[in-house]
Design a protein around this ligand. Structure first.
Ligand code: NAD
Length: 299
């Protein structure tokens, strides 16, 4: 089986590596040559364009930043939908607007191409370890075709519902994640300002009712944990700009459904400020620095 993988960034790179390790033949494309090189060094073949990468593929996997990139990749004259062979399975793992996911999947269906939206949770560590959670929207038979591949990159696979449902579930999850990250950063900043050691405080809260994923596995305070972005000046990980995008998608979905999500709205505002302050490219746990507590320099 031939696979094409488009988008080899913080997430797509390690996901593609896991498919290679599982023995699949991979044709890859990314706009950044350095990201492509990591994959070709591991045995993938580099294509000169996305169109060339997908031409012979049985399955196409994409992992791009946002809706505009996914629309640009799949739609239009030179787009993937116009290039692939009949019956090629399309799997988009990017986090994008549910409406954009539905639009691209409908255009694929019109050409007889099965497509699922399969956004992921689990971060870059989960991508590297092959333990991601896939949240899938689309037809059940398309998911069954995709399942053996998804199992090489992740360990939990949920069928959220019809096309676009994977994105809805992902957006709800990330709104909750942002709120938890800000809350965790706020609590540690408060404790440290009152003389607590950040690690001691984190250990206490991780065994108390404030326990949550950001505290236990992705601590935002430098020096508390190894192998997280806070331990390396907030480099890599999940960019604040991407979290800001997801919080915007959550607000759009809330407005469309006429639901109040006040904490999500505040979280979006805080990430907007953070991005404006020059931290857009830093991991989303760097929101701690906006609160006046930790700074990369102190790590
Ligand atoms: P990233 O910015 O590190 O990677 C995106 C890659 O896409 C880059 O290498 C870029 O060069 C490439 N790209 C952009 N346009 C392209 C095009 N037209 N053709 C080919 N390549 C193109 O982003 P990421 O952190 O890997 O995130 C990717 C997606 O996964 C986003 O939607 C994000 O919201 C989601 N996500 C990220 C994380 C995380 O922890 N980083 C976790 C879950 C979901």
């Amino acid at each position: 089986m031939k696979l094409a993988f488009i988008g080899l960034g913080n997430m797509g790179g390690p996901m593609a590596l896991n498919l290679l390790k599982a023995g699949y033949a991979l044709s890859v494309f990314d706009l950044m040559p350095a990201s492509v090189k990591i994959l070709t060094d591991a045995g993938a073949s580099a294509a000169a364009s996305a169109a060339l990468a997908v031409r012979d593929a049985d399955v196409v996997v994409s992992m791009l930043p946002a809706s505009a990139h996914v629309r640009g990749l799949y739609l239009g004259d030179g787009g993937v939908l116009a290039q692939v062979r009949p019956h090629t399975l399309l799997i988009d793992c990017s986090t994008i607007a549910p409406g954009a996911a539905k639009e691209v999947a409908a255009a694929a269906q019109a050409k007889g191409l099965p497509m699922i939206d399969a956004p992921v949770s689990g971060g870059t560590a989960g991508a590297a370890a092959g333990t991601l959670t896939f949240i899938v929207g689309g037809a059940a038979d398309a998911l069954e075709r995709a399942r053996p591949l998804l199992q090489k990159m992740g360990k939990n696979i949920f069928h959220a519902g019809a096309s676009g449902a994977g994105q809805i579930a992902k957006i709800c999850n990330n709104m909750l994640l942002a709120i938890q990250m800000i809350g965790t950063a706020e609590a540690i900043t408060l404790g440290v300002a009152n003389g607590m050691d950040a690690k001691v405080l984190s250990d206490i809260m991780a065994q108390s009712s404030g326990r949550n994923w950001t505290l236990e596995l992705y601590n935002p305070w430098p020096g508390v944990m190894e192998n997280v972005p806070a331990a390396r000046g907030y480099a890599g990980g999940f960019g604040s700009q991407l979290m800001l995008k997801d919080l915007g998608l959550a607000q759009e979905a809330a407005a469309a459904a006429q639901v109040a999500t006040p904490l999500g709205a505040i979280a979006r505002q805080l990430y907007q400020l953070h991005a404006q302050n020059g931290s857009a490219a830093l991991d989303f746990s760097s929101i701690t620095t906006l609160l006046g507590g930790a700074s990369p320099a102190k790590s």
